[in-house]
Every structure is written in structure tokens, then in C-alpha cells.
Design a protein around this ligand. Structure first.
Ligand code: PMV
Length: 328
């Protein structure tokens, strides 16, 4: 009898070259390639149990039953996994994040990476890393990047078969630190799934996508060479290009708050002072400040003292999605 339960953990990730817009929203085939680092220390732990006595899927997130559209999204994902395994059993899913709920940190990447691994393992499927990344992509695009370790690139691919992420350097290659300045904990009004649909309404999206191979090349080489200044410049430009598209979508998506803008100015001036730090922002107002480890203490202090910053969450470069032994 195959194993019917498994537990997996996965880290969220922060993109230096961002994914925004899909060529195919159903398959989540991205408009452009992207590149990120996993956020070690922050994690989602997911236990999946397939149970013949269940009439329907039961899904719990942080000890609360998931309902409505969020539940449907997970059920649709489990249907994909059941399809792969040729099974119809309902599942019990329990998922916990070790980072504060509602801190405005994107958790879907870690959630679907952990769910992809735990659910396939629970049904006795052993997918290789690329296949797991492709599967995680179907739940949330950025989840494809939470499957491999360390610094990760997601190649857009020609289709479903070759749109997956792979590691370009292991976590120990470069000990970068992400100090996340939490400026707002409310849930965002427009989530990324809806945001991706709006990307094409901005006339700037085509230029952002056409230029992506250049930004990816610079970011990849900066990581390989551990060239902080080169990574800082290209990641900040990429973040600005993402937000330029968001701001010029119809309707416009204005994710920044005033303090987000103040923080961008501050980080740029700290860098001019000689502190190795740069900023990047996703679909929300929180500011990720990436720095070298020798500056992490000073950055945390400056961020905690910054008016409007509620909390600072710190993460190092993280490993891959993995099964947790002995808890299945
Ligand atoms: O994976 P999604 O659909 O939540 O999209 C992530 C979008 C950004 O966080 C804004 C950029 C990225 O590449 O992570």
C-alpha cells in the first residue's frame, strides 16, 4: 500500500527580475522570465492526507478552514495532482506559515510549492525538480521558483513542458539578507492573479517584456560574480519597470503607500553613503531591502526607526522545497 500522507516545507521567494502578466493565464505561462532568491527562515509547512472516508477536500490554513475562492483554487490544484496520479480520493490539507499572517508577505509561492510536493508524495508520485516546479506553477506562477534552492531562474518556456524554474546558484554562494519593512498588514485589494490579467492594458508592458532578457542576463551575471552594485541597479530598475506597468494599467494599480516611496529614497541615499543595500517591491506596499550580511544589523535598525514601518522581518537565502521526514 502506498503512503497516503506527507509533509513538506517551502520558502517564499523575492524576485529581483519580476514576473508580471501571463501568455496563458490558465497554464500560468509567464510573459517573461524571472529570477529570485528563496527566503530562508520564512516557511510554509503543509501536511496532506488522502482519505477515502472524506466526501470532499478539507483545507486548513493557519488553523482556519479555507473557504470560497481561496478554497476553490486549492481544490482545482488538487484535481491536477489527482489527474497526474489517476486517483479520485479527497484530501485533508493543513498548512501553516511561520511568518505573521496578514503581514502582507506573499505566501502563495511557498504555499503551492509545499502543496505540490506534499500532495504528490502523499499519492506516491515522485516528480523530479523540473516537473514539481511546473506543477507548482499551476497554483501560483512564483511558486515555480520556490521549488529549487537558493538563487532561482524561471524560464518562460515555449509551453507547459519547458516553463519551469531551476537553481542558478546554491544558497551558500552569496549570503544576501532580505530585511522586509512591513508598512501595511491589510490584505491587498487586487491580488496578483487579477493583476496579471491587467498587465496587457498598460502600453509599457510590451517594452518591459521585450527588455527582460537583458535584465535577466545582467542579474544572473551579477549573482554569479557576486557584484552587489550591478545587482542593486538592475533589481531597482526592474522593480520600477514593474510598478510603471502597474501604475499605467487600466484601472491603475497603485500598490505603493507614501512610506514605500520614502523608503525607496532612503535606501538609495544609504547606498550612496556606502551601505550595500537595494530595494525591491512586489504587488504591495512593503519594501524588501536586500543587503550584504555585514550591513544587515544597521539596515534593520534604520528600518525599525523609520516612521511608518510597523515591523521588520529578516530572511537569509533559503533552500529548496523539501519533504519533512517522520511526520507523514
Ligand atoms: O505568483 P503570483 O501570481 O503571486 O505573482 C507574483 C508577482 C510578483 O510578486 C509581483 C512578482 C514576482 O515575480 O514574484
Amino acid at each position: 500500500m502506498e503512503k497516503t500522507a506527507a509533509t513538506a516545507i517551502a520558502h517564499p521567494n523575492i524576485a529581483f527580475i519580476k514576473y508580471w502578466g501571463n501568455r496563458d493565464p490558465e497554464l500560468r505561462l509567464p510573459a517573461n522570465g524571472s529570477l529570485s532568491m528563496n527566503l530562508g527562515g520564512l516557511l510554509t509547512r503543509t501536511r496532506v492526507w488522502f482519505d477515502p472516508t472524506l466526501a470532499q477536500d478539507e483545507i486548513w490554513l493557519n488553523s482556519q478552514p479555507l473557504e470560497g475562492a481561496a478554497r476553490e483554487r486549492v481544490v482545482r490544484f488538487l484535481d491536477l495532482v489527482r489527474g497526474l496520479a489517476g486517483r479520485t480520493l479527497a484530501a485533508h490539507v493543513e498548512s501553516e506559515n511561520n511568518f505573521p499572517a496578514g503581514a502582507g508577505l506573499a505566501s502563495s509561492a511557498a504555499a503551492f510549492a509545499a502543496l505540490a510536493l506534499a500532495s504528490t508524495a502523499a499519492l506516491g508520485l515522485r516528480l523530479d525538480e523540473a516537473a514539481l516546479s511546473r506543477l507548482a506553477r499551476r497554483g501560483s506562477g512564483s511558486a515555480a521558483r520556490s521549488v529549487p534552492a537558493g538563487f532561482v531562474e524561471w524560464q518562460p518556456g515555449r509551453g507547459d513542458a519547458d516553463s519551469y524554474a531551476f537553481s542558478i546558484a546554491p544558497p551558500e554562494h552569496w549570503p544576501l539578507v532580505d530585511c522586509v519593512a512591513i508598512v501595511e498588514s491589510a490584505h491587498k485589494a487586487i491580488g496578483s492573479s487579477q493583476g496579471h490579467l491587467l498587465a496587457a492594458t498598460s502600453p509599457l508592458q510590451a517594452a518591459r517584456v521585450a527588455d527582460a532578457p537583458r535584465r535577466l542576463r545582467i542579474a544572473r551575471q551579477a549573482i554569479w560574480r557576486r557584484d552587489f552594485e550591478a545587482l542593486a541597479e538592475i533589481a531597482e530598475q526592474d522593480s520600477m519597470m514593474l510598478h510603471a506597468v502597474m501604475l499605467t494599467s487600466q484601472p491603475p494599480l497603485i500598490y505603493w503607500r507614501g512610506v514605500s516611496v520614502e523608503l525607496m529614497h532612503a535606501v538609495a541615499s544609504w547606498r550612496r553613503e556606502g551601505i550595500a543595500a537595494f530595494y525591491t517591491l512586489d504587488a504591495g506596499p512593503n519594501v524588501h531591502v536586500i543587503c550584504l550580511p555585514e550591513h544587515a544589523e544597521s539596515i534593520q535598525r534604520r528600518l525599525r526607526d523609520f516612521p511608518g514601518v510597523r515591523e521588520v522581518i529578516v530572511a537569509q537565502v533559503g533552500g529548496p522545497a523539501r519533504l519533512v521526514e517522520g511526520q507523514g
